[in-house]
Write a protein that binds this ligand. Structure first.
Ligand code: SAM
Length: 361
């Protein structure tokens, strides 16, 4: 990752080549997971011989916090920890406590959140809250146990995830969002049961279109259930009305139930790309920066840190990277797949994209 000759102090305001600000940092803290979700870490690829990152490659908590502080000085206000399964990283609460202490240039604490499969949440919820985590997002792809077990492919029960969510809610890690990836033919029969179950509860259910991330899941447009279809199916039983976004750049389009009893979100990265508002950057477990979820190349910040570069050098390198950012992969994919019949494999088929389990959702 190049360091510019002239160093600059952060101003808290950075704009990329398409005038998008930098607000969100997603940090992957591990590339390991205890689930083998068929659309993310299929067993055939992520088997016992799979080469995970060695411990020495991982950024330490001190390195992560140093990077996070530089990003906060550049305008980042929200940090999400992800993975792999972030709760598998030893003493993750220690990292949360360090990040909690960071302040924005105007002196405000960050919005600090974490995405988890929920398997360890019942055990860890209190420690996460005590360390200063604000909220969690929990992934749950089905309410039917057989469907869920088929999807996570490690025989994990729905009731354990629900227990984890209840524990997180009880300690105040809310509002809790529930992410359901909809894969056509696999769990789309769960759209209505999930909607019924989470309506009128403190949990906000979000439906995610199955995306062409990585190269392991054999993605095909045929298996994407468009968000429009999700809304149509739910609305037929429980009428929905659209709600305006909470803020520019919000990934989920919001819909509320007409009877006033709750809302859902729709993350439509395939059928309604939201690149134009994307203010996210991603830090991989081994310290590479990715300016897009669908990027094929990362920028090695760890190398700069481990060769002893100063904060001013790192900060200037980050500023330069963001200013040049012009990624709009999902919009390009939409253009490329628009003319295709169902069955198309998308615009960037054949390119070696990074895996979701490596960079986090
Ligand atoms: N292990 C954690 C979890 O399960 O939430 C965090 C990492 S996981 C990669 C983050 C999110 O990405 C999950 O909600 C997962 O369902 C979603 N995801 C993974 N692969 C996906 C794909 N191909 N399309 C859409 N969402 C995907």
């Amino acid at each position: 990752m190049p360091v510019p000759d002239t160093l600059e102090a952060p101003t808290g305001l950075l704009s990329d080549a398409l005038a998008r600000p930098l607000h969100d940092l997603r940090i992957s803290v591990t590339d390991r997971c205890n689930f083998r979700c068929v659309y993310c870490m299929p067993k055939e690829v992520f088997d016992k011989d799979y080469a995970y990152l060695p411990h020495s490659s991982l950024l330490s908590f001190e390195e992560i916090t140093r990077v996070a502080a530089l990003f906060v000085a550049h305008g980042v206000e929200k940090i999400r920890l992800t993975g792999g399964e972030p709760l598998l990283r030893k003493n993750i609460e220690g990292l949360i406590a360090q990040l909690r202490a960071l302040r924005t240039p105007s002196g405000r604490p960050l919005d600090l959140t974490l995405t988890t499969n929920g398997s360890l949440l019942a055990r860890k919820a209190q420690a996460l809250k005590d360390a200063g985590l604000d909220r969690v997002t929990v992934s749950l792809d089905a309410l039917d146990d057989a469907v869920f077990r088929r999807m996570n492919d490690v025989d994990f029960a729905v009731s354990d995830v629900l227990d984890g969510m209840a524990a997180a809610h009880a300690v105040g890690l809310g509002p809790i969002k529930v992410n359901m990836v909809v894969k056509g033919g696999m769990n789309d029969d769960q759209i209505l049961p999930m909607a019924r179950h989470f309506k009128d509860t403190p949990y906000i259910l979000r439906f995610i279109e199955y995306m062409d991330v990585g190269a392991s899941n054999g993605w095909n447009m045929d298996e994407v259930v468009p968000s429009g279809e999700v809304v149509r199916r739910i609305s037929a039983e429980m009428p929905l009305v659209p709600v305006s976004a909470n803020y520019a750049g919000e990934t989920a389009a919001r819909w509320r139930y007409q009877d006033g009893r709750g809302e859902i979100g729709l993350i439509s990265s395939v059928t309604q790309a939201f690149c134009q508002d994307c203010s996210r950057i991603r830090l991989s477990t081994e310290g590479k920066l990715y300016t897009c979820l669908f990027a094929t190349r990362g920028h090695d910040l760890r190398a700069l840190m481990r060769e002893g570069r100063s904060d001013a050098e790192l900060s200037s390198a980050i500023a330069q990277l963001w200013r040049k950012r012009a990624d709009r992969y999902s919009e390009t994919r939409t253009i490329n797949t628009a003319g295709l019949e169902r069955g198309g494999a998308g615009g960037a088929a054949g390119q070696k994209r990074i895996e979701m389990s490596y960079i986090g959702g």
